[in-house]
Ligand binder design. Structure first.
Ligand code: GLC
Length: 535
């Protein structure tokens, strides 16, 4: 059946928006965003047109890794509010016909989680095998060479019980032993707890890390390692991540979701495309959306991006639904990577490619990475490897709502400093400016949501060279669109071989181009991108 005639689910038709709750809206003056604050901003999200909100973790946590170290999977951190606040938020999201996606962190817990406290208490504790414990080698050294993503060895010595435990991230984030069926059951029960409340889906943290080589074999060295890279990159994590058995775990999670109506799962997976697509699962019974991070990782060069889109489209399994991401809380912001003008081109790309787009909060107003003085750095990744410029704080600064003190984010002292230019770059001002980034995002989302060709239609590559990418989106019986993007700052020229590609520019990075008729030959200035409604 042709794609456009199929029924599509909400997570295929919609636009996802990631909220980093600490930085979105504070309601009680403690300088940290919270759920009642987010509740006040739901009307903004509805106005913007996004259809699903993904919340980074809001659970009780010692905050060693800002909530990705969870000490209770079934509660809400008091900093963010209460379970009652959560229930209200969920009801209000649904009331607005939107969906709510929670972060699920199954790979590791906090070292303060009761499971770990029990596990650590003695070698005979029934939960000992819930985590990955191992004796020292005869000379006292670590069991193998595995490294922590956040620097140093992945093994931490536990003096009282005379064994090491494994942590792929901080030592305060011990990895669960997913080979243990009791662990599997416990985490699937966590999913049921939130699904029973009516949550629409999960973004599963580090899905490709969940299970490790059962023989704990040493990882091989990375021949491409360069000193500026994180120390973790010294080895290729072939035995500590992406093990064949992970797909059985993903299937189990999928089966839980399939017991409910229209729930979904995103997988956070940083892997090359041919490995990534395996996470769709056999017969599509894996993650609904294994996150596709190519636009985050590739150099911003038209030929490479054009080739990556083609490769991704070619390798997707038959019913695998694509998705695209420009930013998240772990990566530099798009505006800081490609510049302000190209960030507009990137918005056109994100919102016209085939597949579900995820927007990182603040990118819709072109927020930039904010320089954080060393004394103010909060992110453990930045603190642990201070010479490598790896802090994620710059991309996590408070949302810039208006020109009032602290940009309307808090009446207190913000947990992370705000961008110096928030009085000029904020939601309130950009709402009134038809040429702003915010207005561009809003129009792009609206067009995508109105036009079946853009929402769920086919993707047909037309052209790419070192500057330009061009493609068509089309669905039978609906208006077709030609997208031509100049990913460079210099003028570029596109001449189609197909005389039928004429039409009128509907949306452009430079609004002066809108309404112009275009024919076979298209001249684009630097940083120009156009969406053409074809005749
Ligand atoms: C994921 C999260 C990141 C976190 C890490 C460990 O990559 O996105 O923020 O630090 O997992 O949980």
């Amino acid at each position: 059946m042709e794609e456009s005639q199929k029924t599509h689910y909400w997570w295929q038709k919609g636009v996802i928006y990631q909220v980093y709750p600490r930085s979105y809206q504070d309601s009680n003056g403690d300088g940290i965003g919270d759920l009642p604050g987010l509740l006040q901003r739901l009307d903004y999200l509805k106005w913007l047109g996004v259809t699903a909100v993904w919340l980074s973790p809001i659970y009780p946590s010692p905050m060693a890794d800002f909530g990705y170290d969870i000490s209770d999977y079934q509660g809400i951190h008091p900093l963010f509010g209460s379970l009652a606040d959560f229930d209200t938020l969920l009801a209000e999201v649904h009331q607005r016909n939107m969906k709510l996606i929670l972060d699920l962190v199954p790979n590791h817990t906090s070292d303060q989680h009761p499971w770990f406290l029990e596990s650590q208490s003695s070698r005979n504790n029934p939960k000992r095998d819930w985590y990955i414990w191992h004796d020292a080698l005869p000379d006292g050294s670590v069991p193998n060479n595995w490294l922590s993503v956040f620097g140093g060895s992945g093994w931490e010595w536990d003096e009282p019980t005379q064994q090491y435990y494994y942590h792929g991230f901080l030592k305060e984030q011990p990895d669960l032993n997913w080979r243990n069926p009791a662990v599997q059951k416990a985490m699937l029960d966590v999913m049921r707890f939130w699904l029973d409340k009516g949550v629409d889906g999960f973004r599963v943290d580090v899905m490709w890390h969940m299970i490790k080589d059962d023989q704990l074999r040493d990882n091989p060295p990375n021949p491409d390692y360069k000193p500026h890279m994180a120390t973790y990159e010294q080895l290729l994590p072939v035995y500590s991540t992406d093990q064949p058995e992970v797909h059985d775990l993903v299937l189990q999670m999928r089966e839980v979701l399939d017991g409910y109506s229209e729930r979904m799962m995103i997988g956070e997976i940083y892997l090359p495309i041919h490995q990534l697509v395996a996470y769709y699962g056999i017969n599509g019974k894996g993650a609904h959306l294994p996150f596709n991070f190519q636009l985050l990782l590739l150099p911003w060069e038209a030929r490479q991006i054009g080739a990556a889109v083609a490769q991704y489209e070619a390798l997707l399994p038959a019913d695998g639904w694509p998705n695209w991401v420009l930013g998240n809380h772990d990566q530099p912001r798009i505006t800081s990577r490609v510049g302000r003008e190209q960030a507009r081109v990137a918005a056109l790309l994100l919102l016209t490619l085939r597949g579900t787009p995820t927007i990182y909060y603040g990118d819709e107003i072109g927020m930039r990475d904010v320089p954080i003085p060393f004394e103010e750095v909060q992110d453990p990744q930045g603190l642990n490897m201070p010479d490598k410029n790896l802090s994620r704080d710059p991309a996590r600064t408070p949302m810039q709502w208006d020109a009032s003190p602290n940009a309307g984010f808090t009446t207190g002292k913000p947990w992370l400093r705000l961008a110096g230019n928030f009085a000029r770059e904020n939601v309130q001002l950009q709402k009134e400016d038809p040429y702003s980034m915010l207005s561009l995002y809003k129009r792009l989302i609206a067009l995508r949501q109105q036009e079946p060709s853009l929402m769920t239609g086919e993707y047909l590559p037309v052209y790419s060279d070192t500057q330009l990418i061009a493609y068509i989106r089309q669905a039978a019986g609906h208006a077709r669109f030609l997208v031509v993007l100049n990913l460079s700052h210099r003028p570029g020229y596109f001449k189609s071989q197909d005389p039928s590609l004429t039409g009128v520019v509907e949306i452009a990075t430079f609004p002066e181009l809108e309404g112009h008729e275009v024919g076979e030959a298209i001249n684009l200035g630097g940083d120009e991108g156009i969406i053409v409604r074809l005749d």
